[in-house]
Design a protein around this ligand. Structure first.
Ligand SMILES: [Fe+2]
Length: 288
């Protein structure tokens, strides 16, 4: 098994290409979006593709661990270029309902996850080449969040971050610090040497990029939730911290695209595609 990380410095997102030399899957790909001029591009996903093409990989699946609030997903790029089936958690409809209402997407906007090719529950296995990815139900950051186990590696999505940074926020709609605590306990029950791959690295204090850790390292050193942290301590901590956090810069552009599995809205009559920006709602019981 080979694991290739790709880092997007604009959103601090890590995308992974996991492969056996013949077939691979892509986890949490990015569509680039510049909020200053509204330009989108596939530059980040093209870097993954260039690597895959050098090896001649097929890519049967492209996965979002959850509906991202900080970057637009690159799922459509892989669906189009490689015929990858797009994959997300089965409870994605709960997230789609929230944002259908926030963005006024209309009663006919599907909230059954059907924009994604596959909606997976706990225990779902995806075979690719000689490898197999196993879906792990890890809600907390979002209600439909899934992590993926491939061999001795877990692709965490937004659950744990690097030990010096901590854990994912739980203040988005349907988020729950109690659920995140329980999801992380599930990960902490795995063997200490289990490798963990983060979805983000915010490089605290300007340190070099880190994308990998182990269960043992996290249990000893995670600054927000180590082996001794109780559920009560964690839930109280997360509530305090989340109350101080600003919204991610790209939350409003991203969510309306990501609930469509990354497809942009239909063009207006003049042929231009527009995003919607709801005013004075975020942080007031709307989008967290
Ligand atoms: Fe996230």
């Amino acid at each position: 098994m080979h694991i290739e990380p790709f880092f997007d410095p604009h959103t601090s997102t890590l995308t992974y290409l996991v492969h056996d030399g013949r077939e691979g899957i892509v986890i949490d790909p990015v569509r680039d979006y510049d909020p200053r001029n509204g330009h989108t591009s596939w530059a980040s996903s093209e870097r993954v593709a260039a690597f895959a093409d050098r090896l001649g990989l097929r890519i049967p699946y492209a996965i979002d661990t959850h509906v991202h609030a900080d970057h637009m997903t690159g799922l459509p790029f892989f669906a189009e270029r490689y015929g990858s089936r797009t994959v997300t958690g089965a409870r994605v409809g709960a997230v789609q309902r929230t944002f259908r209402d926030l963005y006024d997407l209309g009663a006919d906007f599907p909230v059954d996850g059907s924009q994604f090719d596959l909606r997976v529950d706990e225990g779902k296995r995806l075979r690719f080449g000689s490898l197999e990815a196993l879906a792990l139900d890890t809600p907390g950051h979002t209600p439909a969040h899934m992590s993926w186990r491939i061999g001795d590696a877990i692709f965490l999505g937004d659950t744990l971050f690097t030990p010096d940074y901590g854990t994912a926020r739980c203040d988005f709609p349907g988020g729950s610090a109690t659920e995140l605590y329980d999801s992380i306990q599930r990960l902490y029950a795995l063997p200490d040497e289990t490798r963990l791959f983060m979805c983000h690295d915010y490089r605290p204090n300007g340190r070099p990029l880190v994308w990998q850790s182990t269960v043992g390292e996290q249990k000893r050193h995670n600054v927000q939730l180590d082996a001794r942290t109780t559920r009560e301590q964690f839930v109280a901590f997360r509530a305090r911290r989340d109350a101080e956090l600003a919204a991610p810069e790209l939350i409003l552009p991203s969510l309306q695209v990501n609930v469509r599995a990354g497809r942009l809205p239909e063009p207006a009559r003049n042929g231009i595609v527009y995003l919607k920006i709801p005013l004075d709602v975020l942080g007031k019981g709307g989008a967290g």
